[in-house]
Ligand binder design. Structure first.
Ligand SMILES: NC(=O)c1ccc[n+]([C@@H]2O[C@H](COP(=O)([O-])OP(=O)(O)OC[C@H]3O[C@@H](n4cnc5c(N)ncnc54)[C@H](OP(=O)(O)O)[C@@H]3O)[C@@H](O)[C@H]2O)c1
Length: 309
């Protein structure tokens, strides 16, 4: 992998999950820079908008979707933290990612010219629970439901890669934003002084601020030599106890209420074990080796920026 990447900013970007936390911030940023974003939506397009309809469940996608598209960003997927992982929720979580990703990867091979880049979301959940081990993009997949989802989600891009499209597998860490996701859910208890670590608090959390994530996707869109897995995480992961303490400090509130592992288990079951108690200490080796500079590499700075405090 080169350290001085060739750059070519895409003009027209097709995006799934454009209405979500990451997609809406990314769309706003690309549009502000003069790029066109074409959202793929699972409902009738709004009149006068650029939206194009698709139905990942039925395997339907409008052929116009790929017209003049330089790059595709694939962010769609059922929210993994919206409720306990029953068998049917696990099926939806998995299939909402596999169906759409496979459909895009196969459909784009039928059009000429093909998009130059396919940036497809995945997660550092790929590595599973790894304790103190530092994992990079070269580390093997781990065990557990999320690791299995991520492995198969990434595999679903294969048709695009085989057809010569540059495929980037964006292994996201916990995205920090006041607008949604994990941090927004933590804010109310943290502001009430009811924040604190989960379980031992020794588990590692690999995180990235939404602002840096958007910059990271722009970097990946523009740099033609980058392909394969890319950890989208800050270079300074923290333990869960450090996260709780730093958030408390930034908000000026105590963060000493520990939730024992047993309570996490009882309240959240498998979802709690994999999302709150598992330890993943990922490093952004590929981003750093291609010259990406984080605006907010440390947690205090990222929290202050995302929470505007
Ligand atoms: N946020 C994080 O901390 C984090 C961490 C690791 C990985 N990720 C992954 O990164 C991607 C983007 O994250 P995000 O936080 O922006 O997610 P998000 O806010 O939950 O948005 C995901 C988008 O996916 C679409 N979607 C929802 N349910 C779906 C379903 N059943 N089938 C197909 N599409 C569905 C929706 O867009 P439409 O309604 O417009 O189709 C939704 O806005 C997700 O796939 C997520 O798993 C996120």
């Amino acid at each position: 992998m080169s350290t001085s990447p060739a750059t070519a900013v895409p003009k027209r970007v097709l995006m799934t999950g454009a209405s979500g936390l990451v997609g809406s911030a990314l769309s706003a940023c690309l549009v502000a820079k003069g790029q066109q974003v074409v959202p793929l939506v699972r409902r009738p397009p709004r009149p006068g908008s650029r939206e194009i309809e698709w139905d990942p469940v039925q395997g339907r996608i409008d052929v116009d979707a790929f017209q003049g598209v330089d790059a595709i960003v694939n962010l769609a997927g059922e929210n993994i933290a919206a409720g306990r992982w029953t068998a049917s929720r696990k099926k939806t979580i998995l299939e909402s990612r596999l169906q759409g990703t496979r459909l895009l990867a196969e459909a784009m091979t039928r059009f000429e010219p093909r998009p130059r880049a396919f940036i497809s979301a995945s997660a550092v959940g790929y590595y599973g629970h790894r304790g103190e081990e530092q994992v990079s993009e070269d580390s093997p997949a781990g065990c557990g439901f999320l690791a299995e989802v991520c492995r198969r989600w990434e595999q679903a891009t294969t048709a695009a890669r085989d057809a010569g499209v540059r495929v980037v597998l964006l292994r996201l860490g916990i995205v920090l934003s006041a607008r949604g996701g994990a941090l927004a859910r933590m804010l109310t208890p943290a502001k009430l002084g009811l924040g604190g670590p989960f379980g031992s608090g020794c588990q590692w959390m690999s995180w990235i601020g939404l602002t840096d994530l958007v910059r990271c996707v722009e970097h990946l869109l523009a740099n033609d030599v980058l392909s394969g897995p890319v950890n989208a995480v800050s270079p300074h992961p923290v333990t869960n106890a450090e996260f709780a303490a730093t958030l408390g400090k930034v908000l000026g509130r105590p963060a000493i209420l520990r939730m024992p592992a047993m309570a996490v288990n009882l309240l959240f079951g498998e979802m709690g074990r994999e999302l709150l108690l598992a330890s993943t200490r990922a490093e952004p080796s590929r981003l750093l080796s291609t010259g990406f500079c984080f605006a907010h590499p440390d947690l205090t700075s990222a929290l202050r920026a995302e929470l505007s405090v």
